[in-house]
Design a protein around this ligand. Structure first.
Ligand SMILES: [Zn+2]
Length: 344
């Protein structure tokens, strides 16, 4: 069998897809074939990068497992390009797509956009303090990236999907899975859990060796608070499961707690730095100003890589600021759509 396709538990296969042009270049796709794949429905958790080579790898795995696309259900954990880049393509080949409507609510996010997102971008950037008047150079970088489609790694073609809600159940092969919300990394991220068999597809919520980005684009989404709550739930209530993340290796036993603690500490440290910056600032600051200070970015990005980094730290800082606001450590004022942050 292809070394990229392995049976990780009886009846659960992992396919590792890789892409050359993406900065996250590997993703784990999980497949649970139906008892009779020709006739019964099979499940795929996430579908991978929009990339010809990935599509070929996917086709090969489907063939090996004897699953026709017309009998395939694809559960998308969240709307990031590495997870649903091929959703549009497999949907047209006959697959049925499931996703949380929380992920489809906006056309634009710091980490994804589609053909309709141009209008939404202005208000999102404004929240963070990036406007045509205040920061003309940054404004130009963001708008041209979407207009000219230079940030292909964030672009996602639209696809129709069936909405998934908390507790919806999915049965494939020997497994009875239940959808659980994994707010944090994104607003509507969802995972699948089968407590009886001890299986948890935890998407980008808990990954070994990585502190997943909690990416806020819109105000009042309380993503970091939701993230901490979801990590606590995973640590307390799902500790007997094997965790199958979308990146890196499976986690189980005590390691789960250690990985979760590491993520929480990393965020608390960043939150503390950001809190001090806001408290010692001479005047209220915008998200992008605070982000550049918190991450020691002294000048505007010159390369594509620096630009992507700024995009990431802006959404991460926004999450930390919203958490500080939720906990009354900072205050916020909105003027003409721009958010200004001040000591609480
Ligand atoms: Zn993601």
């Amino acid at each position: 069998m292809d070394e990229r396709l392995t049976e990780v538990l009886p009846g659960i296969y992992r396919l590792v897809l890789s892409s050359n042009y993406n900065n996250i270049n590997k993703i784990n796709i999980f497949i649970i074939p139906g008892k009779n794949p020709e006739r019964d429905r099979s499940l795929m958790v996430d579908v991978g990068f929009h990339d010809e080579d990935c599509m070929m790898q996917l086709n090969r795995a489907m063939k090996r497992l004897g699953i026709p696309y017309s009998r395939l259900d694809v559960f998308l954990t969240h709307k990031h390009q590495d997870h649903c880049g091929l959703a549009h393509t497999v949907e047209r080949m006959g697959a049925r797509i499931y996703m949380s409507p929380g992920e489809g609510r906006h056309h634009y996010d710091c980490l994804h956009y589609n053909e309709k997102s141009y209008q939404d971008q202005a208000s999102v950037l404004k929240y963070a303090g990036i406007t045509m008047d205040r920061t003309p150079k940054l404004w130009e970088m963001f708008t041209s990236a979407v207009k000219e489609d230079t940030l292909k790694e964030f672009s996602i073609s639209q696809f129709p999907y069936l909405p998934v809600h908390t507790r919806d159940s999915f049965r494939y092969g020997e497994y009875a899975l239940e959808a659980i919300p994994l707010k944090g990394h994104t607003f509507g991220q969802m995972g699948l859990v089968d407590k009886k068999s001890g299986v948890f597809f935890c998407a980008d919520q808990i990954i070994r060796g990585i502190v997943p980005i909690v990416a806020t684009s819109y105000k009042d989404e309380h993503l970091l608070r939701g993230y901490f709550k979801s990590l606590k739930n995973a640590k307390e209530n799902l500790k007997n499961c094997r965790f199958f993340p979308a990146h890196n290796e499976m986690l189980q036993g005590e390691e789960v707690g250690r990985v979760i603690d590491h993520i929480v500490f990393a965020y608390l440290e960043k939150i503390q730095i950001i809190r001090q910056l806001v408290q010692h600032g001479r005047s209220p600051m915008t998200v992008v100003q605070i982000a550049m200070l918190a991450y020691g970015m002294q000048e505007l990005p010159k390369t594509q890589e620096q630009f992507v980094f700024l995009k990431m730290i802006t959404s991460k800082t926004f999450s930390c600021l919203e958490y500080l606001l939720d906990e009354d450590f900072v205050s916020r004022e909105e003027r003409n759509g721009v958010l200004y942050w001040n000591a609480g």
